[in-house]
Design a protein around this ligand. Structure first.
Ligand code: PEP
Ligand code: MG
Length: 841
């Protein structure tokens, strides 16, 4: 092809048009032309041409105009490579002037011609000449010839010149303003935020207008075969007589498309046009292999298709649409899997407060992001991150949120703000990441200085108190009422079953409680990859016993306290095994430093002294003695297992007794027992010997046999390096990428939040390494650990169980490296299943 042909091309079925050179809209219009649909004559300008226009170099405008019927009115639409990147608004009716007005008055009537001219003057004034929009009120004001005269006068007054009459000048100015708008800073930032590269190009399409105004049935509308929200088959859209562009969606008086009990419809008004539209839409769906939205015009009953775009759709809609396209044989299951963005799935996975549960409502705001979640109140993003790293669910309470809070929001289970509306920062981000969110709870009084939140009925809540945010109805509840777990609907299950067929890495869930386990089951996790048992001790009745155990001076006293904890733990495990129905359950032995279970404030110390019947001074001293300068690197994990072995003995016994109990009425359960924070082989040998002894004792006492699998958490750099040695004593290695990231960078999980935004903003870290696995550093340690581990013991199971397990990029890393499975939070299981499949396709 001649280079000039490529730059400014009449769209025909064979013209050399590509999304990468002319943009997605130009390409799509060509596809419509290939389907022989009634598309008005259209010329595409390439990215190069538009770039030159922005920098003052106009193409040959008379030549461009000569490609259309003389005197035709034109519209100019943006055509970026990906429609999601946005672009300047469409300008209609270019070429309208006094002469065209006279000519059109004859053809379509004076009133209609005046309306059309007025619309053009208004949009030219605002979008091209950039005059004050208030002077050209697009919705209100007068219409007809009077309105036209007013608009022309306002233009002349403001622009200090006559409204340009030359179609050449008009077209050149429209092209220039659209090209410049694309290169403006805010437009660039906006599209980059949507994933566009810095140098993304803009194409423009110039199309002959189908007027939508005049004699006979004239008008315009948009048409699609599905409902955008649900994805269900249902003709949706609107039609407005005597209108243009997308006015049917904005203006009053628009009618339904299909017959509808609520009012008149195009199907009744013009059955032939409706039938034609339906068959065009079906053809587009089949041949363009997507649900499309059509922009159309009727001119005295004659239908024109102006544009077609892939329909906007909610996450739920996207799943249904992809599944049905596949079931109709239009796309393959693999394509269906690729059509849904994994991260959007979170929006569908909502927990709800059980309707039967009692609700202690303490506040009400705007229901900004659906789903409900309970957690402890925190007032800053940094506290939210600290709370997450302790494995505690928290609710971030802010006056309003800003970009600095986003990391804290990620670390929270819900967000509550005093101010804001449905499109405020918290609301937008909350919906984006599937986080339940209530905003504008204005009758609750937040006092960040005192770290208190006053409820509507005057109760004062402090940091750490548990509240529930119900983002589905906007209520804030005190405490944690029973929840109903989210479930997958049919389309969702179907899509994920296709994903599973492609996936070649296992997906388990990190689940600590029966409700987590139930969610994991509902989302079809292949087992529990990490049960953090310490969370079970935070329940009110248990905490006191736990503290008695910690305070015990003598082994006997400690044993006595542990004996009381044993049945509680056993019951927890029986429940987990029951819910998981024979799927693997990996239970991690106690990990955190003991002092985390002790109070820090005066009242707490006094209460503890009461409970233990000890003087406050003794309690205070003991608590102080247990404090550590650097507890994350202190007496925790296996180090406790070595120095206070009775705790692990009790947990092992609880696991094994639960195993026998749960194996009674089903297939035998094979528990997985995992030792945290290991750094040497000897630690494993010692702990393993004790666990084996407990297993033997339980077998003898109960006269029944069982097996178990012993695993090691590899989460210190040394454990990665020594994985070959360590593996000889383990059936499986599970890499704890949270601690491993912390220790590899020397970056505190609890404190990094304070400077993480600066680090990311200045490009020191491309992303928070606690969210997205650092492939270079932590990744290398993982690879070393995996290789050495496999060499140390052939066939050993290797997995990761840090927060990274649910991150699509990190999952891709794990596939490449050859991990057997990843384990992530239950709500991310569907995301992980889809992301792993997409990576495999
Ligand atoms: C880890 O360190 O990656 C891990 C899973 O354990 P925790 O987050 O409980 O320290
Ligand atoms: Mg850890």
């Amino acid at each position: 092809f001649d280079l000039e042909d490529i730059r400014t091309t009449l769209i025909t079925p064979t013209a050399p048009i590509q999304s990468a050179t002319h943009g997605g809209r130009a390409k799509c219009l060509q596809r419509l032309a290939r389907l022989d649909l009634p598309v008005p004559r259209t010329v595409a300008l390439s990215f190069d041409v538009v770039h030159e226009i922005a920098h003052g170099q106009m193409p040959d405008i008379p030549d461009l105009l000569s490609k259309f019927d003389p005197g035709a009115l034109l519209c100019v639409r943006p055509s970026s490579e990906d429609p999601d990147w946005g672009g300047p608004g469409t300008v209609l009716n270019v070429g309208m002037n006094d002469a065209a007005y006279v000519e059109l008055s004859d053809r379509i009537g004076r009133e209609a011609a005046a309306g059309l001219y007025q619309r053009f003057v208004q949009s030219y004034a605002i979008h091209v000449a950039r005059l004050d929009p208030d002077l050209f009120d697009e919705d209100g004001g007068t219409s007809g010839s009077e309105g036209l005269s007013a608009a022309l006068a306002a233009f002349e007054e403001e622009a200090e010149e006559h409204f340009p009459q030359s179609p050449e000048v008009q077209l050149a100015q429209v092209l220039r303003s659209m090209a410049r708008a694309w290169e403006g800073t805010s437009a660039r930032l906006l599209r980059q935020a949507r994933g566009a590269p810095a140098d993304a190009g803009l194409g423009l399409v110039v199309q002959e207008m189908a007027l939508g105004l005049g004699r006979g049935e004239c008008g315009s509308g948009v048409f699609q075969l599905v409902d955008s929200e649900t994805g269900l088959l249902q003709v949706t859209g609107r039609y407005l007589s005597q209108s243009q562009g997308r006015e049917a969606l904005e203006g009053q008086g628009a009618i339904f498309l299909a017959r509808d009990p609520r009012g008149p419809s195009l199907e009744e008004l013009d059955p032939a046009a409706f039938a034609e539209l339906k068959s065009h839409a079906a053809l587009m769906r089949r041949r363009l292999r997507a649900e499309m939205q059509i922009e159309f015009t009727l001119e005295n009953g004659k239908l024109s298709i102006l544009d077609g775009v892939v329909v906007q759709r909610s996450a739920r809609g996207a799943v249904r649409i992809a599944v049905r396209l596949c079931e109709d044989g239009i796309i393959t299951p693999q394509e269906a899997v690729l059509r849904v963005e994994p991260q959007t799935l979170t929006a569908l996975l909502h927990r709800q407060v059980d309707p039967k549960a009692a609700r202690d409502v303490v506040g009400q705001g705007i229901a900004a992001s659906p789903g409900a979640a309970s957690g402890r109140i925190v007032f800053t993003a940094a506290d939210a991150q600290a709370s997450q790293s302790r494995g505690e669910n928290c609710v971030l309470v802010r006056r309003e949120t800003s970009p600095e809070d986003v990391r804290g929001m990620h670390a929270s289970v819900a967000v509550l703000t005093e101010r804001g509306g449905i499109t405020s920062h918290a609301a937008v981000i909350g919906r984006g990441i599937g986080l339940p969110c209530v905003v504008g709870a204005a009758r609750m009084k937040l006092s960040p200085e005192d770290r208190t939140l006053r409820t509507e009925d005057g109760r004062v809540l402090t940091e750490g108190e548990i509240i529930t945010v119900d983002g589905t109805n906007g209520e804030v509840l005190l405490g944690a009422p029973k929840m109903l777990e989210a479930r997958l609907d049919d389309a969702f299950r179907t899509l994920l079953s296709w994903a599973d067929a492609e996936r070649d890495i296992g997906i388990r869930a990190n689940a600590d409680t029966p409700s987590d386990a139930q969610t994991a089951r509902n989302f079809e996790a292949e087992g529990i990859g990490l049960c953090r048992t310490e969370h079970m001790f935070f329940e009110p009745g248990r905490l006191t016993v736990m503290r008695e155990m910690i305070f015990a001076d003598r082994a006997d006293d400690r044993r006595e306290a542990l004996e009381r904890l044993l049945p509680m733990q056993r019951a927890d495990f029986i429940e987990l095994f029951r819910i998981m129905q024979g799927l693997p359950v990996c239970i991690r032995l106690f990990d955190p430093p003991l002092h985390e279970f002790l109070p820090t404030d005066r009242q707490g110390l006094r209460d503890l002294a009461d409970a233990l019947d000890l003087p406050v001074s003794v309690v205070t001293r003991r608590v102080r003695e247990m404090g550590e300068y650097n507890p994350m690197l202190g007496l925790r994990g296996v180090r406790l297992g070595i120095t206070v072995p009775e705790i692990y003995d009790m947990q092992a016994r609880a696991i094994f007794e639960a195993t026998l109990e749960a194996s009674r009425d089903g297939a035998p359960v094979v528990p997985e027992v995992m030792i945290p924070l290991v750094s040497t082989r000897r630690e494993v040998e010692i702990v393993r010997a004790r666990i084996d002894a407990v297993a033997a004792a339980v077998r003898t006492e109960r006269g029944r046999s069982f097996t178990y699998r012993l695993g090691v958490m590899v989460e210190t750099p040394r454990a990665c390096l020594q994985a070959g040695e360590i593996a000889q004593h383990a059936h499986f290695l599970s890499f704890g990428t949270n601690d491993l990231t912390q220790m590899t960078y020397g970056l505190s999980r609890d404190d990094a939040g304070r400077f993480m935004s600066d680090y990311v903003a200045q490009g020191v870290f491309p992303e928070d390494p606690f969210h997205r696995l650092d492939r270079d550093g932590v990744g290398e340690l993982l690879t070393i650990g995996l290789e050495r581990g496999r060499r140390g013991r052939a066939g050993i199971t290797v997995s990761i169980c840090g927060e990274h397990g649910g991150n699509p990029d990190s999952i891709a890393f794990c596939r490449e490296a050859g991990f057997d499975y990843v384990s992530c939070s239950p709500f991310r299981v569907p995301v992980a299943r889809l992301a792993a499949a997409q990576d495999a396709i």
